[in-house]
Design a protein around this ligand. Structure first.
Ligand SMILES: [Zn+2]
Length: 340
């Protein structure tokens, strides 16, 4: 039986389309692969790179031939992954210049040279303009795969030369099946604490990367969840007493704070939704009845205002707002909403 991109979960239509393009020799010079973080874009890109070199007609890529092994093992000099430097917030023009310096030298071993650019949405304006020049006249062997979580910041001129392919959000059943196959911790949860596994799946939002992370990092996840409960308890105590004391408990690293805020947002969303639709599946609470203490004390209007306040803060944090300032402002906003 023929199969395409066996390591990619879901995305049936997209897999079929790309495999056909590769087989018929009409795979374009560039694609933007867009999807949530953790949705498997890198796996997909590596599979595409292998498929472009693989000669096995039945399984594309086979994973067994020499070029597949080399590419999927990360050893091929003709498949290059370009990442922004760790200490930089943006993807600078220097990285594009580096690509350009080797671009016109023919591939070493393969017919193609594949450039996989991670977090392409972080390219600043000059990086994008430099990249566009390469896209306009690429050598015949060059293939660019731009991975990004959000295409809004990419120039239209780039998007017109590199069509956007959207990877799909996976159904919970697919993510669950993947976890049970690949994560011993998930199998343990399924056996001893199935509601915990359900809550991991809910929080993962269709992303295998998130789900794996949540399973393997279950302790950290517990700590975050407990902190959200502590915030909810303080918020619903008379006069929101004690909420100020939680300010110091909030994470100081921006990523960690954003993660916590996402979780808090899901809790407020549940509190609003469960009052209107009690049978709706919660996103934060393990079970609907676990939310009852809070739905009795936080009205729908307040819960919506709280979701909006958290959203505003998330937007500010993405624009590099100081995390201490964000924590103070969160506590202040929440208190104000509960008191009004
Ligand atoms: Zn192969």
């Amino acid at each position: 039986m023929e199969s395409f991109f066996p390591a990619v979960i879901g995305n049936e239509k997209l897999r079929r389309r790309l495999a056909t393009e590769i087989r018929e020799g009409r795979f374009p010079h560039a694609y933007i692969l867009a999807g949530k973080d953790g949705s498997g874009k890198m796996t997909f890109a590596m599979q595409i790179a292998a498929a472009l070199a693989c000669k096995n007609p039945d399984v594309l890529p086979c994973g067994e031939c020499d070029s597949c092994k080399k590419i999927l093992g990360g050893f091929s000099p003709d498949v290059l992954v370009i990442r922004k430097e760790d200490d930089k917030k943006e993807f600078s023009v220097n990285l594009i210049r580096e690509i350009k310096s080797g671009l016109y030298i023919a591939p070493n071993e393969l017919e193609k040279r594949v450039y996989i650019i991670e977090h392409a949405e972080l390219m600043n304006a000059s990086a994008q303009n430099a990249f566009l020049k390469m896209l306009e006249e690429p050598p015949h062997y060059a293939v660019f795969l731009l991975l990004c979580s959000n295409t809004a910041s990419l120039l239209d001129t780039i998007k017109s030369r590199a069509p956007v392919l959207y990877t799909e959000v996976l159904p919970q059943s697919d993510v669950r099946a993947y976890l049970l196959e690949h994560s011993p911790r998930a199998r343990e949860m399924a056996a001893t604490d199935p509601s915990r596994l359900t809550s991991v799946l809910l929080s993962a939002g269709g992303s295998i990367g998130n789900a794996m992370f949540l399973c393997e990092d279950a302790e950290k996840y517990d700590a975050e969840k407990n902190l959200v409960y502590a915030l909810l308890d303080a918020l619903t105590a008379p006069a929101a007493a004690g909420i100020g004391m939680l300010c110091d408990a909030l994470p100081t690293a921006s990523d960690a704070l954003c993660e916590l805020l996402d979780m808090l947002k899901r809790a407020f969303r549940d509190i609003a939704v469960l009052q209107k639709a009690p049978t709706c599946a919660p996103l934060f609470f393990e079970r609907a009845d676990r939310a009852e203490t809070y739905t009795m004390k936080i009205t729908v209007a307040r819960a919506i205002a709280l979701v909006e306040a958290v959203d505003r803060l998330l937007a500010d944090l993405r624009l590099n707002m100081d995390t201490r300032l964000a924590a103070v402002s969160l506590i202040g906003d929440m208190r104000t909403i509960m008191m009004n």
